[in-house]
Design a protein around this ligand. Structure first.
Ligand SMILES: [Zn+2]
Ligand SMILES: [Zn+2]
Length: 169
């Protein structure tokens, strides 16, 4: 979904057509659930603000199963024209959400995908109490308990615990 920055009207653009944007998402395994965005230009700067919700396949950090992760995130991105390779853009401390567009063309689907990716958890869990894989036999303990004995506690960790339990002076 390409937006021509120079053609953005003064009142901006309102995007809430899920289907139009969903078909533009690069990854077909993503499902866009809701979108409500305002796209506004101020000179060559473009602001995309609003909210979006997607469901995307993620790999659980504990059991390594792929599961549908739901992300519902506010969006507040500033886009500036991509500088020539030799130039650098000065980013302030509050400019974490700055992105670029090229040749007057802003690909909104790409921006949405970027933001949703950033909003995904760093270590996704298929569920809060996922039991993960057995460190001994590698079985997925959510599916069936294995018969491995629990590992003896790591003596180094025990030493650390003792240290932490010592009263502070
Ligand atoms: Zn899991
Ligand atoms: Zn096991």
């Amino acid at each position: 979904m390409i937006i021509r920055v120079s053609e953005l009207e003064e009142q901006g653009l309102r995007i809430d057509d899920v289907d139009a944007l969903a078909t533009a998402l690069p990854d077909p395994s993503w499902r866009l659930e809701s979108v409500a965005l305002e796209v506004e230009a101020d000179g060559t700067e473009v602001f995309v603000r609003g909210r979006l919700a997607v469901t995307a396949p993620q790999t659980c950090g504990r059991c390594l199963e792929v599961f549908p992760a739901h992300v519902d995130t506010p969006m507040d991105v500033r886009l500036v024209p991509k500088p020539a390779a030799a130039d650098s853009v000065e980013l302030g401390a509050d400019d974490l959400d700055v992105d670029f567009y090229e040749n007057d063309e802003l690909d909104l689907a790409r921006v949405v995908e970027n933001e949703a990716t950033l909003a995904m958890p760093m270590k996704p869990l298929c569920r809060e109490d996922c039991r993960g894989l057995c460190p001994t036999c590698g079985a997925n303990r959510n599916v069936a308990p294995c018969t491995c004995a629990p590992r003896p506690p790591d003596p180094r960790l025990a030493a650390l615990r003792d240290l932490a339990a010592r009263p502070a002076h």
